[in-house]
Design a protein around this ligand. Structure first.
Ligand SMILES: CCCC(=O)SCCNC(=O)CCNC(=O)[C@H](O)C(C)(C)COP(=O)(O)OP(=O)(O)OC[C@H]1O[C@@H](n2cnc3c(N)ncnc32)[C@H](O)[C@@H]1OP(=O)(O)O
Length: 331
């Protein structure tokens, strides 16, 4: 922790913040967890669940229960590459990559891995076998259709997807085929969405007598605004790439297979797209994500404080000193 950080009375200010702001701050500054600032129940919660969660274990979250009750099958596969890009694959192709209970727990474990990846810069979230994800496994949904289990599943997935979005990595959902229900929600837990030419994102919850429960509605409003979010949820509209670009849900459209040679596979295209935003050393890219995350989630005064603290982690750092020594011009 920097001395300026201690000097400016951050501790007392932080204690007065709403819980949600303290969560973001602690997600942004893991070192705070070790300090007295996050001591007490809040600190214990974060140490147990890692930083950035929304709900605590006291609400009855239990990984084994979710794994066992909400069906086995499928996996969430993580591959970290030397380039600093990790690829997270939702892998349950016989059910269009629907989320079983064990996959929910796998996802939480893989997010924990990524939280500790000091060399990481970017993340691509994709589905196996050329489709993204068809949401909750409907067999699991039937098995846990009572309110108590539904709440546990909802809180568990909100925690995990909030932590996914708060990773210090620039993340992209690579949407091929369909992203339905919880799959559509998952796309909103990434910083960006790239859509294959024939892909569709659809919040089908209303057809299921539901609303999003994995945090997808709250995130959607941030991404496309409340008017568009109402239309997408109320009308269960199919978002194709053109519509996605128009409302800001999609950040890019991939070349289709008929495109000229050289475009590469969808994953290669996503890596190329992402690579322009993650050039440079990991600490600097992670700092970029942290200042944007704080601006996105915190009240302005707290975002400014966080920006100052993150700035302090790169100012005079190796990349900064090297750039100063090279007298670079930004032409
Ligand atoms: C808070 C979270 C809320 C939620 O996520 S609720 C779940 C929302 N998702 C859905 O309702 C998706 C239901 N599935 C569909 O609409 C269609 O299967 C889908 C994805 C459009 C694909 O259609 P098709 O290409 O015609 O393929 P298909 O229907 O024959 O599916 C192939 C196999 O996959 C299975 N599948 C697809 N989505 C699933 C799901 N969510 N849970 C469990 N199984 C699912 C489907 O049953 C079929 O299996 P099988 O070959 O009949 O054994």
């Amino acid at each position: 922790m920097s001395s300026s950080f201690q000097r400016d009375g951050f501790q007392s200010n932080t204690a007065r913040l709403p819980l949600s702001s303290r969560m973001v701050l602690c997600a942004l500054r893991p070192q705070l967890l070790k300090s007295s600032r996050c001591a007490g129940a809040w600190g214990r919660l974060l140490q147990r669940q890692s930083s950035g969660s929304v709900y605590s274990n006291i609400h009855g979250l239990n990984q084994e229960e979710i794994r066992e009750k909400a069906f086995p099958g499928g996996s969430i596969d993580l591959h970290k590459h030397d380039s600093g890009i990790a690829v997270l694959t939702i892998n349950n192709p016989s059910r269009m990559n629907a989320f079983s209970g064990s996959m929910m727990v796998d996802l939480e474990e893989q997010v924990s891995q990524l939280e500790n990846w000091t060399d990481g810069k970017g993340l691509i979230v994709q589905g196996a076998a050329e489709t993204f994800c068809s949401g909750s496994d409907l067999n699991a949904v039937r098995a846990i259709s009572n309110p108590q289990d539904g709440m546990k599943m909802c809180m568990f997935m909100q925690n995990t997807l909030t932590r996914l979005l708060r990773l210090p990595l620039i993340s992209v959902a690579l949407v091929e085929g369909r992203a339905l229900g919880g799959g559509a929600e998952l796309t909103t837990a990434c910083d960006f969405r790239l859509m294959a030419s024939d892909s569709v994102i659809q919040f089908v919850h209303k057809h299921m007598g539901l609303v999003p429960g994995w945090g997808g509605a709250a995130r959607l409003v941030h991404i496309v605004g409340s008017q568009n979010a109402l239309k997408l949820l109320g009308g269960t509209l199919k978002v194709d790439p053109k519509f996605g670009l128009q409302i800001g849900l999609a950040d890019g459209v991939l070349e289709g297979p008929q495109a000229e040679e050289g475009a590469g596979t969808p994953l290669q295209q996503a890596e190329n797209w992402l690579s322009r935003y993650i050039k440079g050393p990991a600490p600097v890219i992670q700092a970029v994500k942290k200042v944007v995350l704080s601006g996105r989630e915190l009240p302005l005064s707290e975002a400014l404080r966080t920006e100052k603290d993150v700035f302090g982690t790169v100012w005079g750092g190796p990349a900064n000193l090297q750039a100063l020594a090279s007298k670079s011009k930004h032409k």
